[in-house]
Write a protein that binds this ligand. Sequence first.
Ligand SMILES: Cc1cc2nc3c(=O)[nH]c(=O)nc-3n(C[C@H](O)[C@H](O)[C@H](O)COP(=O)(O)OP(=O)(O)OC[C@H]3O[C@@H](n4cnc5c(N)ncnc54)[C@H](O)[C@@H]3O)c2cc1C
Length: 378
Amino acid sequence: MYFNETHIAFRDSIKRFIDKEINPHMDEWEETVAPLHDLFKKMGDLGFLGVRYDPKYGGQGLDYWFETVLLEEIGHIHGMGVATAIAVQTNMATPAIAAFGSEYLKETYLMGAIAGDMVAAIAVTEPDAGSDVFAIKTRAVKEGDHYVLNGSKTYITNGTQADFLTLLARTSDDKGYHSFGLFVVPTDLRGFHVNKKLDKLGLRSSDTAELFFDNVKVPAKNLIGDEREGFIYQMQQFQHERFAILPGTHVAIRDMVDMTVDYLRQRVVFGKPLITKQVLRHRLADYLMKNECLKQLTYHIVRMKMEGLDVTREISMGKLYAGQLISEVASGCLQMFGGIGFMTETLISRYFRDARIMSIGAGADEVMSEIIARVEGF
Ligand SMILES: Cc1cc2nc3c(=O)[nH]c(=O)nc-3n(C[C@H](O)[C@H](O)[C@H](O)COP(=O)(O)OP(=O)(O)OC[C@H]3O[C@@H](n4cnc5c(N)ncnc54)[C@H](O)[C@@H]3O)c2cc1C
C-alpha cells in the first residue's frame, strides 16, 4: 500500500546485505564493537548510505519513503548498536552538511560519508549539558583562518572510529540561540583526544566515547553555514535524528513479538504449549495493536515530510511513544521467555538491554513531552 516494486527490490537488497554481512557477526561485534570502516565501505558501495542525498555527492537522490525502507530494514539487525551506528552516519551527523554546508564540505565530508570512506559522528552532548543543549561549554574562537576549539563531548556514538565529527560549539557569549556554530571537525587534528571508550548496558556493538579538545585548530572552511546559526541547524538536524529511530523501532518490536510467539509455541508448561494461554496471547495482541499505531504514525510523518510540512510535533510524539513502547515490549516478551530470557545467549535479552536507550538518547522522553506541550501552546 505504501511501497511499490522499486521499494520492495531496494528492501530485498538491504535485507540480503544484513543477512550476509551483519547478522552473522553480531554476537562477535557485541563483544568487540562493529568495524565501521569495513562495514560502511561495503554499504557505501551498494548505495545504502546516501539514499536521500544528491547524486552530485554520490547519493541516490531518492525520497523519504526509500529512506524509511532503509531505516526499517536496519531494525532487523540483531542488536540496535549497529543500527544506531548506521543511523548516525545517514541521519544524525550528515543532514546539516547536506542542507547548510559549503561545496567544499559536501565534496569532502558528505561524499566521504556517503561512499563509506569516512565514518561520521555527531558531537553535541557534554558532561554538563545533555537535555539542555543550550548549556554546552565547548568553545570555538576565531583566529585568522581557523577556529580554536576547547572543551569536551561525551556519549559520542562512533566516537572512537570517527574520521570527522559534526560538532556544536559556542562561538560567542551573546545571550540567545544565535551564539553557536556547527563545525565539521576532522579527528586527525592535533589536540583531539579520545579520552575513553565508555562501557555501557546496551548497544554494545556500537562504540560510545568521551572526547577532549585541547586547542584544536579547526580550519574556518570547516564551519557549516553561519557561525551564529549552529544551534538552529542542529535543532533541524535533530528532526532527522529522531525520525530515524521510528521505522527501525516498529520493525524491532514486530520481530520481538514474532520470536516470542515462536518460543511460546514450542515451550510446554503445565502440559500445553504456552501459546495456548489466553493471558499471554492477549498481551502479545496488545503489543501489536500499539505497534500498529507507532507504524501508522511513522508513515503519517513520512507523508507530511513528502508534503514539506513541519513535523516537529509528530516526530516528538513518535520518538516519545517509540521509546516507551519498545521498553514495554522488550520487558514483556523477556518475561514470557522465563529464565532463558534472562540469559545472554537469548536474543530477547539483548533487545531488552538495547531498548532502554530509546527513552534517553536523541532527547529524553521528558524533553519530547516538553516539545509537544510547547508546540501545543501550554
Ligand atoms: C548510548 C548513548 C549514545 C549517545 N550518542 C550520542 C551521540 O552520538 N551524540 C551526542 O551528542 N549525544 C549522544 N548521547 C547523549 C544523549 O543524547 C543524552 O544522554 C541525552 O540527551 C540526555 O542527556 P543527559 O544524559 O545529559 O541527561 P540529563 O540532561 O542530565 O537528563 C537526565 C534525565 O532528566 C530528565 N529530564 C531532562 N530534562 C527534563 C525536563 N525538561 N523535564 C523533566 N525531566 C527532564 C530525563 O529523564 C533525563 O533522562 C548518547 C547517549 C547514550 C547513552
